[in-house]
Ligand binder design. Structure first.
Ligand code: PLP
Length: 418
């Protein structure tokens, strides 16, 4: 059988077998409800406490009450943003975010906008970074929350979270960061970085799907958006997903222990892939995102004169799984909002490829991709109706056209590039 290479860890990851092993007893033996007052319940409650401690250690959080388990990154983002917006209305109804946020943040902010809140959407430069001066200028008396992602899920750019946190603290504004793509890959200390609210998700860090957490700094005013039995200090009612939480805890622990070796290993493989692809002799191949301030596992390319969907299909036929910046999963032909926000022309945005590496990615696999990719790109260029000299209708010749597009469509087409 053809070798299979999975380079789509930005979408989701394989659950580490050590995580599965630790979860299994919580389905069939230790299945108690943590709220129950018998031994089954106590066992489950102890497992929750242990997992909470493990996740908090990964992000250097302090007290037990500072972490709320959620059903994933999306729910954590919703509880943080809506909770802070509704919980601080006596101060104001203004929120600051960016145009490159994941739909979990973007659509939550749009929902608030429709319900009487005002949102400032910060633009980004060609590498995907916000401008600190623009952020400082955007803060007003009635600003209650800044929500900016730690690292972008498509192009991998890592924001200057230290500077953002320091500014938010100085100006007395809450700071939420969607760190779903960053947790477990880069060192995070919520205290040093002045983060008040941080979202994370297990399935991006070799844990199970459907479980995540929200870090909430002590004394942060949040209004619940889910009502029920008052679990998780009233912020996330519902019987806890004990096996999932145990899996998240183990995944967090593995990341914390392995990070000192794993992060440089990923950076080495990522850079090998980037060098291999950019140096393969193909023309007009570029790296998207920041050359240095990027996730250790993200390499995001764009190829002129081809479409990402075709590239994905031919790579898939060779057993290589990656993702693209174009709208393959959607009814819309709009390219990714992130790629247009960094100023890419639509035809270039459509020719993008995201390769995201993980714990089980090997050098052999990277070398396989470096070998297989150029002939596929060539084949597509030979076939392409948008080939050289056949530029898309409306595309101009200026390669560096960074005319920023910050349209926020209601149509969201980001499912394929979580
Ligand atoms: N935020 C970012 C940056 C993501 O990449 C994802 C992944 O899809 C999410 C939020 C949503 O996380 P989840 O799938 O756990 O809801």
């Amino acid at each position: 059988m053809e070798k299979r290479v999975y380079l789509d860890h930005g979408a989701t990851t394989m659950v580490d077998p050590l995580v599965v092993e630790e979860m299994l007893p919580f389905f069939t033996q230790r299945y108690g409800n943590p709220s129950s007052l018998h031994e089954f319940g106590t066992e489950a409650k102890n497992a929750l406490d242990k997992a909470r401690e493990r996740v908090m250690r990964l992000i250097n959080a302090g007290l037990e009450k500072e972490l709320v388990f959620t059903s994933g990154g999306t729910e954590a983002d919703n509880i943080a943003i809506q909770g802070a917006a509704f919980g601080n209305m006596s101060k104001g109804k203004h929120i600051i975010t960016s145009v490159i946020e994941h739909p979990a943040v973007k659509n939550t902010c749009k929902h608030l906008e429709k319900n009487g809140f005002e949102v400032t959407w910060l633009p980004v430069d060609q590498h995907g970074l916000i401008d600190m001066y623009e952020l400082a200028e955007a803060i007003r008396e009635d600003t209650t929350l800044i929500s900016l992602m730690f690292a972008n899920n498509e192009i991998g750019t890592v924001q200057d979270i230290f500077a953002i946190g320091a500014l938010a603290r100085e100006r007395g504004v809450l700071f939420h960061t969607d760190a779903v793509q960053a947790v477990g890959k880069v060192e995070i200390d919520v205290n040093k970085l002045n983060i008040d609210l941080l979202s994370l998700s297990a399935h991006k860090m070799h844990g199970p799907k459907g479980i995540g957490a929200l870090y909430v700094r002590k004394d942060t005013k949040l209004k619940p958006i889910i009502f029920g039995g008052g679990h998780e200090w009233g912020l996330r009612s519902s019987t806890e997903n004990v096996p999932g939480i145990v899996g998240l805890g183990k995944a967090a622990d593995l990341c914390r222990m392995e990070m000192p070796e794993e992060t440089p290993r990923l950076v080495g493989l990522r850079d090998r892939l980037i060098r291999g692809v950019l140096g393969s002799g193909m023309d007009e191949v570029y790296l998207n995102g920041h050359p240095e301030k990027r996730l250790p596992n993200n390499a995001h390319f764009r190829f002129s004169y081809i479409e990402g969907e075709g590239l994905l299909l031919l790579l898939d036929a060779k057993g290589i799984a990656a993702s693209t910046g174009s709208a393959c999963s959607s009814t819309s032909l709009e390219p990714s909002a992130v790629l247009t926000a960094i100023g890419l022309r639509h035809d270039l945005a459509h020719g993008s490829l995201r390769c995201t590496l993980g714990r089980f990615t090997t050098q052999d696999e990277i070398d396989h991709v470096i070998k297989e990719l150029p002939p596929i790109v060539q084949k597509l260029r030979d076939m392409s109706p948008v080939g050289k000299g056949r530029e898309w209708f409306g595309a101009d010749d200026d390669e560096n056209d960074h005319d920023h597009h910050h349209e926020l469509d209601d149509e969201d087409n980001n499912l394929a590039r979580e």
